[in-house]
Structure formats: C-alpha cells, structure tokens
Write a protein that binds this ligand. Sequence first.
Ligand code: DC
Length: 230
Amino acid sequence: MTVQIITIDGPSGSGKGTLAAKLAAYYQFHLLDSGALYRLLGLALHKQNLLDQLDTELSQCVAIATQLNIQFVTQPDGTQVLLDGEDVTQTIRTERVGEYASKVAAVPELRTALLARQHAFAQAPGLVADGRDMATSIFPNAQAKIYLTASAESRAQRRVKQLQGMGLDAKISDILANIQARDKRDMERTVAPLKPAEDAYIIDSSELNIDEVFALMTAYVDQKLAICRA
Ligand code: DC
C-alpha cells in the first residue's frame, strides 16, 4: 500500500504546526513535527554543555542525535513530548530552545543523523510532515506539497499570543527580532535551506484565519490524493 505523504514547509509562526495537526486528524494520517526533533536535539546537547562545541565535539553530538531517547505520546489535548522520560512538552516550545534548535539545524551531520528517524514516520495510511525541508529534501516524492508562509510581523503577533496563552512573558519587539534572525539563518544556510519546492502550493496566511487556510489546504490535498488514487 502506498503511503500518502503531505508535506507542510514554511517559516516558524506561519501556523504550520496547528494546520499540520488539523490535517493529520482530518485525513487520519500520522504526524511528524520535525521541528520538535531539532528542538529536542538542541535541548539534549545544551544539557550536556555541547551546544558551543558543535564543531570540536561533532562525533559525540552525532552519536547523541542518533541515540536520542524521545517519545511522542498522543494525549486528548495534544502530543506530549518526552526526552529521556522527562516531560519537555512546554520547554521545547520556548524561544530559548528555538535558538538551540536553529544552531543544531545548521549542522549538516546533525541533519543527516535525524534522517532515518524522520523517514520512519512514513507509515500507512499516510503522513503529514511539518518542517522546513520536508518537500525539498526529506520526502521529495510526497503527493501533496504545501509551503505556508506569513509576514514576519503577523507571525510575531501570533507567537506573542501563543506564549501568553501558555502563561509565558513575551515582548513583541524581541520576538520579531528573533523571528527575523531565525528566518535569515534558516533561509541562508547551505544545507537544506528554507525554500518552497518547485512544485509546492504556496499559501500566505498573513491575512487568513486558520479555518480559511485549512479550507485551501484540504481543497488542494483532496485533488492531489484523488489524482494518485486514479
Ligand atoms: O518549526 P520549529 O520552530 O519548531 O523549528 C525549530 C528550528 O528547527 C528552526 O530553527 C528550524 C529548524 N528546522 C529545520 O531546520 N528543519 C526542519 N525540518 C524543521 C525545523
């Protein structure tokens, strides 16, 4: 049986995470939050004081990436994320860990070390894969490829709301600066830079709410999956 794959790539704060989860529930597909893998690896390397020594201690860092002990546990209100048995669901969503992830994500050997783990998510009946390079590098044969973007300002506003909803303090100017710095790093890195695949369906969500984006996505995906079944 062919595993149907829907990729959603785009910058942080574009709404990818929410929409990927909604699509996975709608199509009853598995869900890969690849950003969470980079965040978990960033946190693991930080805990071992290796984040500032990615160059000099690379083989040790690769070994940690390969052996990363993580679990994604489906709960009624979302996915619980465990690192070495510890619940880090909230911790990995902080700006601080986002910075760790961005550093880790710029190292080709560490990206390669996470490859097999990502491919293992592709199981019947299908997968929604959320990230930066899902269509361009990890699942180039995906049946449906979506690139979801939004202006840096609207993404910063959404992120502030999200953090406040989690009871965390957030200043819009800091968040905007972080988003712009991370975009630059993600787009300009030599390995797997953030960019739409040539055959991606590009959606700008700056002026759209979640339901509107979801409707655009399902219309596109239904059509793509029907073509595959025909
Ligand atoms: O989507 P996110 O904010 O959780 O991603 C965290 C970081 O990991 C971000 O800097 C981009 C990077 N990342 C990546 O390089 N490739 C992916 N497939 C997913 C995330």
